[in-house]
Design a protein around this ligand. Sequence first.
Ligand code: DAH
Length: 357
Amino acid sequence: MAAGDPIAEVDSVRVRFLGKKGEVSRLLKQMGKLPPDERPKVGQAANTVRDAIETAVRQALDNARDEALRRELAGPPIDVTLPGRPLDVGPRHPVSRTWDEVVDVFRKMGFEAASGPEIEGDFYNFEALNIPPEHPARDMQDTFYLNSGRPAPAMTTEGGEGPDPGDVLLRTHTSPVQVRAMLRQAPPVRIICPGKVYRRDSDPTHTPMFHQIEGLWVDRNVTMADLKGTLQLFAKAFFGTKAQVRFRPSYFQFTEPSAEVDVSCSICGGSGTAAGASARSTVEPESCKTCSGTGWLEILGAGMVDPAVFEAVNYDPEIWSGFAFGMGIDRVAMLKYQIDDLRMLFENDARFLEQFP
Ligand code: DAH
């Protein structure tokens, strides 16, 4: 027993009387030797004694603890200047890093971060983006419909109730955040919206859940040149000053004109040939696997906001113009960190994650 430790002292009393080999147990063990008619009386007395000791011990322990606390509080204060011992929390996931890095680049260009629900209404995910029911564009974005009986998250706008959200589904892209942002506020709008999206896809290059970042800039006289300049600046800030961007004509329901945007391949430097292949070699140089020898990698879809989208959110397309883009976060993470299998991003294998210190 530690001398002077009141809590230990009380405990030794408890063991002495109430422990397995304590006085009370000893007494109870001897009961068998008593004449039967005396046993109940002695048993009752022993129980009363045990209860009394238990109560006294509990009380003494409470007092001892209170006393210890009082003494600690009266003593010298804890030295808060002692250096901490941080936990080793491990590296950040490449998707989270890319997410933050992309948002950061656009924040510096004046874009504000925005978000929306992953469980969306048909109106926001499709209809307001000029994709009516039965439109073939829906086939490319088949999703999971949730027949929960609960309505999709509606929204309130400055004018009151928002539009009827329609069927409940998992959003297939981050584009519905554009719709919500424009319903919520009057122009100008300049937002960047990262988030999870879902599609009924699962193969080596598609996972049912993946990440996108949506951008939207609406103001007077926003042009395609602004879109190009913004994305060029992004590519250089994110991939390095040598990065080039290339626009290819494309089609999206919610932009007109639309483009698909490629960035020069960061693995082969845009040459299309595998690293180490010499230009002077007489044999045909091996082509870069990452970009399949093209020197370019597709990273996003973009375009000028279609007037039909402006009409759906009560913006006057005669006054306002804007550009939008949707980028695959997982895709740019793979390019930046040279990851060759998309599925590794979602397997949570520590051996993979530890490679990104
Ligand atoms: N939402 C499109 C998709 O997931 C990507 C996209 C294309 C977004 C063009 C845009 C855009 O904002 O303007 O396939």
